[in-house]
Ligand binder design. Structure first.
Ligand code: PGA
Length: 253
């Protein structure tokens, strides 16, 4: 991997100001584990507060409205989240694709807005159980990515891909190391074809879906796994830091 393993906490729709103490604890501990790059994506309401706490960790958002500031009641633009202190945004998460019927076209527009605002992107992809059981997981994920990978010249530098099998999110199930490796290699090949090998090498491919302190070491040592996108286990500093420690001790991550 070109860069340090990237461990990102996705807090989803969790967290009030009471969670700031967890963010502070994650940040202070991350300063001792510099072999890993650590970030959290709190809900919009906490981005600025977490940003103010953060000396070491990156802070990002979980979504963005595509387009300029203006008459869009209830929406939040990329420039607003950047102003609040976000440096990246998670896009195309399966919960948004399912709950808000997000299409690849909409996700593309969000990517453009985020890049225009100078943000980095974590682009999520992943198959449902039905698709995996039909033996079509790889084809499905590559199609999803082909439809959304930004084609702008310098975009790859600001891109991270997260492979998250939908059936592994929040369920306690994880894909087998063999399946994770095969999917990450297929994604790498697509990135090589899209950006050229040199640029592709800069793009980390994270695994997500029930990553916990007790399975992190195994997952993070799989070839082509460049880090983890962590939901449930990122909500407490103790469990999230268990994953950060595993990442900082994993040689090949
Ligand atoms: P989980 O969520 O770790 O709770 O499975 C991962 C994600 O959705 O990013």
């Amino acid at each position: 991997m070109a860069e340090r393993p990237y461990i990102v906490g996705n807090w989803k729709m969790n967290g009030t100001r009471a969670m700031l103490s967890e963010a502070r604890a994650i940040d202070r501990a991350a300063q001792r584990y510099m072999k890993a790059e650590v970030a959290v994506a709190p809900p919009y309401t906490l981005i600025h507060a977490v940003h103010r706490e953060a000396e070491q960790i990156g802070v990002g958002a979980q979504d963005v409205f595509p387009g300029e500031d203006g008459a869009h009641t209830g929406d939040i633009s990329a420039s607003m989240i950047a102003d609040a202190g976000a440096k990246f945004v998670i896009l195309g998460h399966s919960e948004r694709r399912a709950d808000h019927k997000e299409t690849n076209k909409l996700i593309n527009a969000k990517i453009d807005s985020a890049l225009d605002a100078g943000l980095r992107i974590i682009l999520c992809c992943g198959e449902t159980l039905k698709v995996r059981e039909a033996g079509e997981a790889e084809e499905f994920v590559l199609k999803q990515l082909k439809a959304s990978l930004p084609q702008i010249d310098d975009a790859a530098e600001r891109l991270t891909v997260a492979y998250e099998p939908v059936w592994a999110i929040g369920t306690g199930k994880t894909a087998t190391p063999k399946d994770i490796e095969a999917m990450h290699k297929a994604i790498r090949q697509l990135l090589d074809e899209t950006y050229g090998e040199e640029t592709s090498a800069e793009v980390r491919i994270l695994y997500g879906g029930s990553v916990k302190p007790d399975n992190a070491r195994e997952i993070l040592s799989i070839p082509e796994v460049g880090g983890a996108l962590v939901g449930g286990a990122s909500l407490s500093a103790e469990s999230f830091l268990g994953i950060v420690v595993a990442a900082s001790e994993t040689e090949d991550a």
